[in-house]
Write a protein that binds this ligand. Sequence first.
Ligand code: NAP
Length: 488
Amino acid sequence: MVSRVIPVDPFDLVIFGGTGDLARRKILPGLFRRFIAGQMPPEARIIGAARTDMDSAGYREMIAGAIDEFGGIDTPPAGTLDAFLAQLEYVTIDAKGEAGWAELQELMKGTGRVEAYYFSVAPSLFGDLAERLQHWGMADVDARIVVEKPFGRDLATAKALNGTLAKYFNEDQIYRIDHYLGKETVQNLMAVRFGNMLFEPLWNAQYVDHIQITVAETVGVGGRGEYYDKSGAMRDMVQNHLMQLLCLIAMEPPARFDPDAVRDEKLKVIRALDPVLPHHIMRGQYEAEAGQEGTHPSYREAVGDPRSKTESFIALKTQISNWRWSGTPFYLRTGKRMAARSSEISVVFKETPHSIFGPDAGQHRNVLSIRLQPNEGITLGVTIKEPGPGGMRLIDVPLDMTFAEALDDDAEHVDAYERLIMDVIRGNQTLFMRGDEVEAAWAWTDPIIHGWEARGEVPKPYDSGSNGTTDSHELMRRDGREWRKVSL
Ligand code: NAP
């Protein structure tokens, strides 16, 4: 099956932080893949902007290296790399000073194209950039800004940041990125829920036993220790990525698939979330592990603080107080240095009310699993009779919708970032977080964090390569449930 690629309108995309890690690993390789796919019009310009003194030729060389290293394309079609690089320019600029702004203004003057400014810099520079864009006449009503995470570290800082951006840009110009929302499966989750009659009647507390969301990473904090230790799993993952997934699973059907209709429904979910009770939160820090390439340090060693109280793992149970979900627990868990890199949402249905096959046949629950990585896809566990003459014994078989098999290569390999950047150019905010959504998520998160700080709780150790702390399994077991295995 070959997907149709419709080129977007001609655009100018300025990437502040164009020399940084995110730009080199994700944004520019992603744009190159869109170029190869024929989605980037030849008039489009990508303008890298950072303090490093360099000309456009030097920047093209840097990005050619980045595409080679991170692009995931063995041999680009002949001529495509040079043609793409020819659309790149570079401006040496200081977000906090005056250097480079006149040059950027000159480049952006009256082009008549879509104008987008990607803030791929530390959040402390967002306000400076917004202010200077306005000062230099680049914040007109058609301009769009793309803002990276983290969006604040609590409700107060998120409000302050929203307030600063609102001084210069309208809400419909601000694209707050959560790259989880750009994943193929996340959009497919909405297609499966709202495009089929099959699931919606069962999508409620009457038929769903519980929902679990796991985002497991195998990597540790690596070189980001200092940053991560000020944040932790709750701020870094739960407040944004897991919360967004929970919203899409739990929200009511929006009236239309348009940005505000979808985001209004997500906001209602966040506002209906119950506070989390202290004994429903389990936090952990990974231990050191001897590996083939030497010993991986423990969390505390990696962040350089033997008394750190920041969690690299968290599991919690929450509820949504509304008609659809009252009584259905939602279990969330995420952590570093876990057994496998795996992100999965599982909707676990209730058992049938009565088994007609007797106690020996076994009883199973249907589970709809939505896998975000690896191997994006959706699996529905269905109970059937075990084949053969051995009597009426029941087994589970998966109905598998692995997208790699069902779709063409291009659709599968569209990375979340390139999809989201194309949405910015199209002016579609559906997959971006609105300011009030972000604030509501912090309003739920803040008391949880303040609670464990006030109680002086210290995260429990867990083995690297495991599925998290022992008490996170207890959290499930005491409800008569268990976590699904973290596996590839
Ligand atoms: P990074 O590697 O440290 O890059 C920072 C960029 O900002 C560099 O290009 C730097 O270039 C530029 N910069 C710093 N000060 C500047 C100034 N005063 N004026 C203009 N440019 C300046 O950071 P990153 O990892 O790319 O992250 C960028 C943003 O994305 C951060 O908000 C981060 O939280 C977020 N993010 C990153 C990732 C990721 O995978 N890396 C994932 C999610 C979110 P010069 O030194 O040349 O100025």
